[in-house]
Ligand binder design. Structure first.
Ligand code: 5GP
Length: 215
């Protein structure tokens, strides 16, 4: 199922994309990771970034979490069960995977590597443990930590979202406290106090990294 490319490429809206070519040579795309605690606004920010930055695509993860109302299989996630997930993980199907608040999440390897080969920049929107795995295996990946203005504000947003029962919110808040201590592992920090400003900051990072001279 996660191999369904047509679903994946049509899933997340982006401005018209184009591969970066120099003569006949395609320059491989960058790998961006947007990480940060649950509820900080990663999806809101990345949806806006995708609609403005051409040549950037978001990977669709596989998860064992229960599908929320309004979520579509193959769009927000590929939904699966634990047994199938473990099989995929055993077959090296994922670039990274993590267990978060009782559910598995993983990034499909083939789709991501293929898009980068085509010259597209790829962004993964994932939690902190997975981001650290990406850093280990893809030393050129660019890691952006999206931080809340404060833990109280994060709690307000998680409760306001009302997608999870109280015990799950408590678990996610506890996890957020640990994740906030790990920000030093990443290359950039963007504080999501004002959405427009956070979007601009992430876009600036994407554009700057495209201009960076690589060895
Ligand atoms: P949610 O259940 O709220 O959709 O996601 C929970 C957390 O898992 C969020 O922080 C989200 O960014 C993260 N996440 C989503 N997909 C992946 C993935 O493929 N790998 C990892 N490590 N985390 C993911």
């Amino acid at each position: 199922m996660p191999a369904s490319k047509s679903k994946q490429s049509s899933s997340k809206e982006s401005a018209p994309t184009q591969s970066r070519k120099r003569g006949d040579k395609v320059t491989p795309g960058n790998l961006f990771v947007l990480t940060g605690p649950s509820g900080v606004g990663k999806n809101t920010i990345i949806d806006r970034v995708l609609s403005e930055a051409g040549g950037l695509v978001e990977s669709v993860s596989v998860t064992t979490r229960k599908q929320r109302e309004g979520e579509r299989d193959g769009v927000e996630y590929f939904f699966t069960d634990r047994e199938s997930f473990e099989k995929m993980r055993g077959h090296n199907h994922f670039i990274e995977s993590a267990e978060f608040a009782g559910n598995y999440y993983g990034t499909p390897r083939n789709w991501v590597e293929q898009r980068m080969k085509e010259g597209l920049d790829v962004v993964l929107v994932i939690e902190v443990q997975g981001a650290k795995q990406v850093k280990r295996h893809f030393p050129d990946a660019i890691l952006i930590f999206l931080a809340p203005p404060s833990i109280h504000e994060l709690e307000k947003r998680l409760r306001g979202r009302a997608t999870e029962p109280e015990d799950v919110i408590a678990m996610r808040l506890d996890k957020a406290g640990q994740e906030l201590k790990e920000r030093d592992v990443f290359h950039y920090e963007v504080v999501n106090e004002d959405v427009d400003q956070a979007v601009n900051n992430v876009l600036s990072i994407v554009y700057a990294e495209r201009c960076r001279i690589k060895p």
